[in-house]
Design a protein around this ligand. Sequence first.
Ligand code: NAP
Ligand code: ZN
Length: 350
Amino acid sequence: MLKTHGYAAHNNHSPLVPYSFERRNPGANDVQIEILFCGVCHSDIHQVRNEWGNANFPMIPGHEIVGKVTAIGNQVTGFSVGETVGIGCLVDSCGVCSDCADNLEQFCNSATFTYNSADNISGGNTYGGYSSQIVVNQHFVLHISDKLDAAAAAPLLCAGITTYSPLNHWQVGKGDKVGIVGLGGLGHMGVKFARAMGAHVVLFTTSASKVDDAIRLGAHEVVISKDTEAMQQHRLSFDFILNTVAAAHNLDSFTELLKRDGTLCLVGVPDQPHPSPAIGNLIFKRRQIAGSLIGGLKETQEMLDFCAEHNIVSDIEIIPIQRINQAYERILKSDVKYRFVIDLASLEAK
Ligand code: NAP
Ligand code: ZN
């Protein structure tokens, strides 16, 4: 077994603290990875605080992982020792159901998530990337181009694919007017992708202080979503709106901005339900409210390759792991530009 060090939550209210545990030795199809960087997703906070009601403790969060391959099993093809690789939100799935066959492993009924998920291979629960190393089946390991900064690429593994996938699925492109709601970890990637795909991008924010950043990141226009008059000016004009907000809020102010047949796609997962949307806003213009969950492995690799081609990474603030608890508090105050990334070199015990 592989002695591994990390930071864990032991309940839903105490700070994360150092924690040591063991990972399996790499099997024939496994890749062993020394973790260099791990992004901090708002989902980590939802889960550590048991806001989704499914927490298992101890919990080692982290599903935006970039590291170096340190060993490979004898059936592994396509990865070699020393290569930079990524691990996102998924580490296993059944491999035979229709979702897996369609390269949509995230929808597999037996999908194993990178942390806080039943581990069918090793037993117990999966432990994530706030740790020194990880062992993952090769199907769930991604290639990271040397053109991308390793730390700034880490958030692509969740924030990146979660925004790229719906923009791709709804075929956002030139001639489309696209809204992105919330300028956080997901939202700032949504702005970059929608812009790179050729759309006219409007960013909706509750934070007046983020307007200049939104333009710098690629938005053509910025609307303060609390300003009812400014919102009304965009009525009936959007083809697609991607909503990344992590808290329950009124969706009607966004559905009424959609054109006929437009879609509001939700990716935020608040701990409380949104107030019911007004049905009239939907049926009179055949508008849709949809949802999207990360993305499959094939699409995640496509997204990483798209990023290498278009020179897209996340805007990050690197922190030592000892500052993870303060980082959570800052994320909750929307005080992050625009993703914290843990430098695992800061772990004392390695
Ligand atoms: P984040 O960095 O905290 O960003 C969320 C942004 O939402 C904030 O920066 C803020 O932007 C806005 N916001 C926060 N509270 C708000 C409120 N009460 N009303 C209106 N706007 C508010 O979080 P994240 O890491 O991007 O994650 C966002 C959500 O997506 C979380 O719920 C997370 O669990 C979920 N998620 C889902 C998936 C998926 O597969 N569907 C994957 C990853 C994450 P402004 O300051 O600009 O208003
Ligand atoms: Zn995430």
